[in-house]
Design a protein around this ligand. Sequence first.
Ligand SMILES: [Zn+2]
Length: 56
Amino acid sequence: MTDHSTAPPSEAAECRDCQELDLAEAVARGQRDESRATDCRVLRKRHRVAVHGEQP
Ligand SMILES: [Zn+2]
C-alpha cells in the first residue's frame, strides 16, 4: 500500500478537462444556450465517470 502513483478522484478539481467543461457550461448559460449547457454537463459527467472513476 505504498504506491502513490495513481491519482485519486479528488484530482478532478485540478483537471484541465473538467475546468474547460465547467467554463464552456458557464459561457453557454451566460448566452442562455440551455441545450449547449446541458451538453457540457453530460460531457463532464461522462468524462468524470471515465477518467476519475466517479459513479454514473
Ligand atoms: Zn477531469
